[in-house]
Design a binder for this molecule. Sequence first.
Ligand code: C5P
Length: 231
Amino acid sequence: AGPKPLAGKRVLITAGGTIERLDPVRYITNDSSGKMGFALAEEARALGADVTVVWARTELAPPPVAEVVRVESAQEMYDAVMARLPSMDVVIKAAAVADYRPVQREKIKMKKGPDKLTLELVRNPDILQAIGDWRHDGGGAGKDKPYVIGFAAETGDAERYALDKLRRKRCDLIAANDVSEPGAGFGTDTNILSLYGAEGLVESLPLQSKREAAGRIWRIALARAPGLLTG
Ligand code: C5P
């Protein structure tokens, strides 16, 4: 066992893709595998943290951390995250949260009907935005925690979108990947990430395993928030 710079610290990590149900047997989801979030959770545990994983649909089971909370929809993930926010030192939002859900969730299986069917969707809450708002203007205002790291999966122009996201959602770091690059993003065991802070690009991580990338992200977070994360 190595050094435990996160000993006694509470870390919440979201992982996987949310499931937005249309009816009892059909849903909308996305390609998230949960691997990046779980790698961050394993690494946090190895660094001594008390880890909570809030996970939606994934390819894998979550690592054996202190608390695992299974959720399905964005709304359920929002509730699970916001309820735990006040006690957390770090929150990492690696989940792929659906931006929209069906307006109607049918109680019984939908039947075939006309040739064309229009699905009406409504916006989900943006959890990362809610965390940033809570920390600045809400219940967390005046406190210096949690430290918040967001993710951004982009298909081009990652830097511009990442910096815009960082400012708008008021988080401390954004880990951006261009999911159109081979070896980066959904489903793969590797990733190519760029980390952005308020000042701009912090570090570009070359192609590496998600576990290695997770270690680098923790090292960068520890270096940037020394008062919050150590001692
Ligand atoms: O806006 P976009 O979805 O690209 O932002 C990505 C970041 O925001 C991720 O950290 C993701 O987990 C988070 N997010 C969220 N709630 C949403 C949508 C995205 O927390 N409804």
